[in-house]
Design a protein around this ligand. Structure first.
Ligand SMILES: *[C@@H]1O[C@H](CO)[C@@H](O)[C@H](O)[C@H]1NC(C)=O
Ligand SMILES: *[C@@H]1O[C@H](CO)[C@@H](O)[C@H](O)[C@H]1NC(C)=O
Ligand SMILES: [Zn+2]
Length: 454
């Protein structure tokens, strides 16, 4: 808290006080005032130099910047290309973490932010470029940034639809005719192109043959990595929208379609909206959303969307964030957009640390993959352990019974936990499972109907 200068001054004051003990009260008061002014004077200004002369970074500029980051910050930044667009552009991701050259420390939650899925909705794209710079430039000086980066495995993908972006035009607030720019190069809306939890197998197979490369890349990524939390960024409205986007009723709108984890999703949506000075008001772009949040299907129903896919087909809880009325505003609005969204972006990342997490192992400590973690009251959404036996289970505060089940093992006893989410990391809850006894056929006698529900 004290600098050299202020430390000298501090010592002088102390000596002075020792010489004249009757002045102790004056000394204490002076010291108090002194502390206050030092705190004020030495609040470190965050590095947001990236906001000078704002402009939208091109595909090539994003690739160059990320490559430079990987060189300049080799411990904290790593570039990855998870696939290519139809026209061959890289789907580029920047990973930010404590030590990205090594496999992450077990139980570090993985989170992702994806921008520009609709090529003509561009603010999210540039905000993620800013967020990458913000995290890396302030890692050394901001305790908040260092704590977040050190404990979280963060993946930023500024554009999921680089081909659509190339067809879009700065200053266009609405989509072009035939949704050119919104869609990918084949004219497909990528947010309708994902496997859908409600479609039958024939439809699903038919659609899988025609799946776009951008969608396929994300599907493989989501199914291959244990993401815990995610957001994807859009434009054309200002609201935080949470699953489901589709419903069994298939009404066009105005009917909620809620997940078993509605409390967690509402917490995520409120966290984003409440930290956004405009979103939280709820009256924007001629629309009204109470507190700036909405259930997707209650707003308008859509099938084959990305957020539903994440939740229904993986452990990842994803939300859709609509950032602005104008889809592709001129670049001079970008610094203000950053200022509005910065707290929200940071606070949402921190939510990857709520609830419980832990390891599932056998008696000798060997990790058990694909074990299911069941939580009382939300049994319909089991969470599966990773290859390393890890799980993360986002939960809102409350008392829960948590149980681990794995094929070939006896189910664990339910463990009761009191989740408060008052710590900076999830509550640790490990399980050690004992093998099932085998019957004379050598087949496990454990047939929990749970395993046949998928
Ligand atoms: C973050 O991790 C680095 C590298 O392990 C360490 O030097 C630094 O002290 C950590 N910072 C915080 C705030 O935990
Ligand atoms: C809101 O509606 C009015 C009247 O229909 C229209 O003139 C205006 O452009 C709309 N504003 C936005 C942001 O869509
Ligand atoms: Zn969109």
């Amino acid at each position: 808290m004290f600098t050299h200068q202020s430390r000298n001054r501090h010592q002088q004051l102390q000596q002075h006080a020792r010489r004249q003990p009757q002045l102790f009260l004056a000394f204490a008061l002076t010291l108090l005032l002194h502390c206050l002014s030092v705190t004020q004077a030495f609040v470190i200004k965050e590095d947001e130099s990236f906001l000078q002369t704002p402009y939208y970074h091109s595909q090539a500029e994003i690739e160059d910047m990320f490559a430079r980051f990987a060189k300049t910050f080799p411990e904290n930044a790593r570039v990855e290309t998870i696939g290519r667009s139809l026209e061959g552009r890289n789907l580029i991701v920047l990973q930010i973490g404590r030590n990205v050259q090594q496999p992450s420390t077990p139980l570090t939650p993985m989170v992702k932010y994806i921008g520009n899925m609709h090529g003509d909705e561009t603010i999210g794209r540039q905000l993620l470029v800013y967020l990458a710079q913000y995290l890396l430039y302030n890692y050394e000086t901001s305790l908040e940034v260092a704590n977040l980066v050190n404990t979280t495995d963060i993946y930023l993908m500024p554009t999921m639809n680089p081909d659509g972006y190339e067809r879009s035009q700065e200053g266009n607030c609405e989509s072009l005719p035939n949704y050119i720019g919104r869609t990918n190069a084949a004219g497909i809306d990528l947010n309708r192109d994902f496997p859908d939890r409600l479609e039958n197998q024939q439809v699903s197979q038919l659609r899988s043959h025609k799946r776009q490369p951008e969608t396929a890349a994300i599907i493989n990524w989501v199914l291959g990595k244990p993401f815990v939390l995610s957001a994807n960024f859009h434009g054309g409205a200002i609201v935080a929208s949470y699953p489901y986007d589709n419903s069994i009723a298939h009404h066009e709108c105005c009917e909620e379609s809620l997940t078993p984890d509605d409390r967690v999703f509402k917490l995520m949506a409120h966290t984003y909206a409440n930290n956004h000075p405009i979103m939280r008001k709820g009256h924007n772009c001629n629309d009204t959303f109470t507190d700036g949040i909405t259930n997707g299907a209650n707003w308008y129903e859509l099938n084959g969307g990305m957020q539903d896919f994440n939740y229904a087909f993986s452990n990842c809880f994803e939300m859709t964030i609509e950032l602005s009325c104008c889809k592709y505003p001129t670049a001079d609005t970008l610094p203000a957009e950053w200022a509005r969204n910065k707290r929200s972006l940071m606070q949402l990342l921190k939510l990857s640390h709520i609830g419980v997490k832990g390891l599932v192992t056998d008696a000798s400590g060997y990790p058990i993959a694909d074990a299911n973690i069941l939580v009382s009251g939300i049994e319909d959404k089991p969470i599966r352990t990773t290859k390393r036996g890890e799980y993360w289970r986002l939960l809102t505060p409350g008392i829960y019974n948590v149980q681990a089940l794995a094929f070939g093992y006896q189910p664990s006893e339910p463990k009761q936990v009191h989740v408060t989410n008052e710590n900076s990391e999830a509550l640790r809850l490990d399980f050690v499972l004992s093998p099932r006894e085998l019957n004379y056929d050598g087949i496990s006698s454990f047939y929990n109907n749970f395993f046949y529900r998928h």
